[in-house]
Structures are given as structure tokens and as C-alpha cells.
Design a protein. Structure first.
Length: 574
């Protein structure tokens, strides 16, 4: 059966008022051998899927079944794989070594967490990593630099979730619920006699933020934005069975019940709107959803509500119509459901199988990368209050602050001082171009502006790219430009193409040739961006590197560009 016939078949299923179980063989579109048993849930993103094997491999395939790459981790892996918006995949060996792999299967970096992760990594709005081990919570930049960590002496009861404020919320097995901001601070916590079975963080169209907590005895609590104080709403749900997992969107929450049914709860109407059967049989469910989503995956997006387990999958519309339901056999892990309507399932016969279920894409704009984050931390904002002090730019003040920031970076304790450090560094690096009080402060020596721009790369993210790109274009000092380019390369991500456009403005004709210092740093930064992100960034980047490598460019810049091209070519042949 052709792909198009299957797509039409899936569309007809979606239009039926109460879809029946369909034969999985009729929906099968491809199979690939993976050289081992799949561990953990595969992960689909932007027409590709990655799957872990028990032999220590991470394999990637296109949505059409074409093998893309195979990475060997040189050790056994935990069953959790995570993928950032840029397509960087993060995996962890059982000895606690965390590894980042780019879109074409090249290792970017690794770091020793000293203990293996116990749940999938979750990502902040700017791509920072929130990592959970049995010993601590760790926050890293996308480039692997530690921003902060905090020891924990309790066990997680369910997988932490990203909060609507950009931090995260976690539940411990003693019933404590803790809300954290992205900088390592505990915003609020709530103790309970029993551990909640599920929690959801919602933000509606009016940007009203609510936290919902669900318990096994069918009661729930609602908090406005923070867990401080009393709940704004408490109630009991009229459910035929106990809830065990939840997923929310705007003002609605889908609940998986212990009898295998799915219910939709409306926060606005404060009632259950509908309850329907899924593919799940009661005996197939574990006691709890678990911290790593090992046994099920429940999610809710603009297309509808989906529940996946090792034995099958079911899709519902928000008005309770069952789109489709399928049964799977011989699976080694929970399958994944991609934005393209394809289910990817690892099997016990050492294969991964793909089945087309829907011909409905996501309503979000089609992206070359993953879905854009819902908010911003605004870490690129300058704190202008520093300028009220005449000695803000004094030699002593600069050296003292640089020493403090370097120490925090080395110790991995930037934490709550991140925004302050970032603002101060940007203020210092851009003082010549951005200071409207020119002449009212001692001038900042170029050495200090270089140092400020360079250090930014160790604590910054994609949110700082606009500032660094502007500094690169506008600052008259070649060494400051070079430091800005170096930091862009160290950050490594440029999903919106801002940095590449800045580099292009000084590389491509008819602009005159730049100085050797700036061009050499630009070539190095372009190479770093290409290695981190892979295609399509690397396609545009190689084009710029080719211009820098031409005969009329300065010899140092030409050599650097040629080295970067050779490195990228070698990576693509691996």
C-alpha cells in the first residue's frame, strides 16, 4: 500500500465518529535492523528519529526509513534520550558520563555527572539542560558548561516537568512538590501527606499560569503561578478509576486512569467533559507512571490527546472522538509518535518499525529545527542601574568583578547570579558602542572589553546571540569583534541565523576584506556553529568559509577557513 493511500486511510480514520482498532500490518511503512534491543523510548523530531540500543549505540533514521548515522557510546547507556530544539541529542552512560551528539551524529562534548541520570533531561527556554540524577540536580548550558547544581537526598516520584515560568517542578516520594526557577532557586514548595500522582503546569491564551496537582484518591488542587499559600481551588473528580498520569494544554487536562480509560478535565468548567476507552488493558499498567516514562507516554497538543504504551497507542480529539487505536506486540520499549503522524516502535527482534497513523501535521509553523520555546528568560537585557556608579568602569572594579565571575564559572556556581553576571559582562563589553553617558565614566580599556565578551560564552545561550552579533558588527576594535565571534562559537547554537547573518555581512562581497584577526575568529566561530548544529546551518556556513578561504583573504584567515572545511568534511564522512 502506498504512502498516499495510507495517508488517506489515516484521514478517514480521523473523520470517523468512533474509530475502531486497526490492523497494524496495514499501516507499516518501513523496518530497519538496529543491531540490538531498543532501550527506552525512541525520540522523533523534524522528520527523523533516534533510538538507543542495549549495545551502547544511538542510531538515527529519517521518517522515510533511511539510515542517517550511528553513534557508539563506548559503554552501556541509561534508557533516556533527549533532544534540544537545535537537534542536539543527549544521552548518558550508566557510569554517569553525559554525551552531546549533533544532528549528523558527531560527538560535541561529554562531561562526567558522577552519577547516571534517572529521568529524561528537560530543556529551559534558552536550551539550558535541567539534569536529574539520584544525587543532585544539575543545570548546564547547551555547550556543556555547568551553571549550577544542587544536592538532593530524596527520590523523585514522577518525572519533573517544565514550568510555564521557564523553570521546573518536581515531586519527591515523601509528597513534597518543589517549584524551581532556571537559576537554581527554589521558588516555592508544598508538603503533602501522600505523593501526588501527576502534576501539570498550564498557561492559557491570556498568559495566566496555573499549577494543577492530582492525587490517587481523585482529588486535585490548583495554584495560581506559585505553590506559595493556599490552593485557589480544590475538588474531587467524578472518575470511574484512579488517575495515574496527566498532560495539559491551555485550560484542559487529559488524565489516564488506572482502568485504561482517558478522561478530559476542564479547569474552566471544573468538571470531566468525557471519558473514553483506550487500547490499554488494566493488567498492562504499572503501579505508577515512573520517573522516566518507561511504561507510558501521554501527551496533549493541538492535534489531540495521545497515549502510547508498549502494547499499543490511541489518539483522541479534544471532543472525545477516538481517532484510531492500534495494538503492538513484541515491543522492547514505549513507541514514539512524531509530528508527522508516524509511530516509531523498537521491537524485540532488534528492529525499529514505522507505522503511519495520521496525515495531519502540527499547526505550528514548519521548522528546520524543533518547535521554538514558549518564552524567553531575557538574559540579554542590560541592567542599566550599574551605570549610576562613577566607578562602575574603574580598573579595580573591573578586575574584582572579573575574578568573581571567573571563579563562579570554574566552580559551576553561577546560579542565582547569572543574570547579574551576564548584564555586567554585556555592559562592559559593549560600553564603547552602547554607553549614552560617554565621558561621565572612565573609559573601559579594550583589554577589559575583550575579556568581558570572551567570558560571556561560558554562561550564555542563544538569547545572548543578538547582543554578541551586534557587538561583532558595530565595535571598531578587531580584537573585540574576535572575542564576540569566539563567544558565539562557544555557545554553538544559532537557530534563527542571527550570527550567520552578522558573519555574512563582513565576508561576502561587495564588503571590503576585513582584517586578519576578525576574519580568522569568524572562520573559527562559523566552524563551531556548523559542528554543533549540522545541516542546514552547516550548508550556509561552508559557503561563508569558502569565501574566507579564497586567495585574496589574509593567510591566517584563509588557513583557518580551510581547516574548518576539512574538519566538517571529515565529520560528514564518519
Amino acid at each position: 500500500m502506498s504512502f498516499y493511500i495510507l495517508a488517506i486511510f489515516g484521514l478517514l480514520l480521523a473523520q470517523s465518529s468512533h474509530a475502531q482498532e486497526v490492523e497494524i500490518a496495514d499501516l507499516h511503512i518501513w523496518r530497519q535492523a538496529i543491531g540490538g534491543s531498543a532501550i527506552g523510548q525512541p525520540l522523533a523530531q523534524v522528520e527523523s528519529v533516534v533510538v538507543l540500543t542495549d549495545g551502547g549505540n544511538l542510531r538515527s533514521y529519517s521518517s522515510a526509513g533511511t539510515p542517517l548515522w550511528d553513534y557508539y557510546a563506548r559503554g552501556r547507556l541509561t534508557p533516556y534520550v533527549s533532544r534540544s530544539r537545535e537537534g542536539t541529542t543527549y544521552i548518558c552512560r550508566t557510569n554517569g558520563v553525559l554525551i552531546a551528539i549533533n544532528r549528523i551524529g558527531r560527538e560535541l562534548w561529554q562531561t562526567n555527572l558522577r552519577s547516571p541520570i534517572v529521568t529524561p533531561i528537560i530543556f529551559g527556554w534558552d536550551g539550558r539542560l535541567f539534569i536529574f540524577t539520584s544525587r543532585e540536580i544539575i543545570c548546564l548550558t547547551g555547550s556543556g558548561y555547568r551553571l549550577w547544581s544542587r544536592a538532593i537526598d530524596k527520590t523523585l516520584a514522577i518525572a519533573p516537568i517544565i514550568d510555564a515560568t521557564g523553570g521546573f517542578i518536581m515531586v519527591f516520594d515523601d509528597g513534597e512538590v518543589v517549584q524551581n526557577d532556571p537559576y537554581g532557586n527554589i521558588l516555592s514548595n508544598r508538603a503533602a501527606g501522600t505523593a501526588p500522582i501527576a502534576l501539570v503546569s498550564l498557561e492559557d491564551e491570556e498568559k495566566i499560569h496555573r499549577i494543577l496537582i492530582f492525587f490517587e484518591d481523585r482529588h486535585f488542587e490548583v495554584f495560581n503561578g506559585t505553590l506559595h499559600g493556599e490552593a485557589v481551588l480544590r475538588g474531587s473528580l467524578n472518575l470511574p478509576a484512579q488517575p495515574m498520569a496527566a498532560a495539559g494544554r491551555e485550560n484542559q487536562v487529559a488524565l489516564l486512569l488506572r482502568d485504561g480509560k482517558i478522561s478530559l478535565f476542564s479547569l474552566e468548567e471544573k468538571q470531566i467533559l468525557w471519558t473514553e476507552d483506550s487500547h490499554i488493558r488494566t493488567t498492562e499498567l504499572p503501579n505508577r507512571a515512573g520517573t522516566g516514562k518507561e511504561a507510558l507516554d501521554l501527551f496533549f497538543d493541538e492535534r489531540g490527546i495521545y497515549i502510547l504504551t508498549r502494547t499499543g497507542a490511541t489518539g483522541f480529539t479534544t471532543d472525545g472522538r477516538r481517532l484510531w487505536t492500534i495494538r503492538l506486540t513484541g515491543t522492547s520499549s514505549v513507541p514514539a509518535f512524531g509530528d508527522d503522524g508516524i509511530i516509531y516502535s523498537g521491537s524485540n527482534d532488534w528492529t525499529i518499525n514505522a507505522y503511519i497513523l495520521e496525515d495531519r501535521g502540527r499547526e505550528t509553523e514548519r521548522l528546520l529545527y524543533g518547535e521554538a520555546p514558549p518564552g524567553r528568560y531575557n538574559d540579554e537585557s542590560l541592567n542599566l542601574s550599574f551605570r549610576t556608579d562613577y566607578y562602575f568602569f574603574s580598573e579595580l572594579e573591573l578586575e574584582t568583578r572579573f575574578a568573581e565571575i571567573r571563579r563562579d564559572i570554574m566552580d559551576g556556581t553561577v546560579g542565582a547570579k547569572e543574570k547579574e553576571h551576564s548584564s555586567w559582562l554585556m555592559e562592559t563589553a559593549g560600553s564603547l558602542a552602547a554607553n549614552p553617558w560617554a565621558g561621565s565614566h572612565p573609559p573601559v580599556h579594550v583589554i577589559h572589553r575583550i575579556e568581558a565578551a570572551r567570558i560571556l560564552g561560558y554562561i550564555s545561550s542563544s538569547e545572548t546571540i543578538p547582543f554578541l552579533a551586534d557587538l561583532f558588527i558595530r565595535d571598531p576594535e578587531p580584537y573585540v569583534k574576535a572575542a564576540a565571534a569566539e563567544s558565539i562559537g562557544r555557545i554553538g547554537v544559532d537557530p534563527d541565523g542571527i550570527a550567520l547573518r552578522a558573519f555574512q555581512s563582513i565576508v561576502l562581497p561587495p564588503m571590503p576584506s576585513m582584517d586578519e584577526i576578525t576574519l580568522t575568529a569568524t572562520a573559527s566561530a562559523i566552524g563551531a556553529l556548523c559542528r554543533f548544529s549540522g545541516p542546514p546551518v552547516s550548508v550556509a556556513g561552508v559557503r561563508l568559509l569558502s569565501f574566507i578561504s579564497t586567495d585574496e583573504k589574509p593567510p591566517g584567515a584563509r588557513r583557518q577557513a580551510q581547516m574548518e572545511i576539512a574538519s566538517l568534511r571529515h565529520a560528514s564522512l564518519r
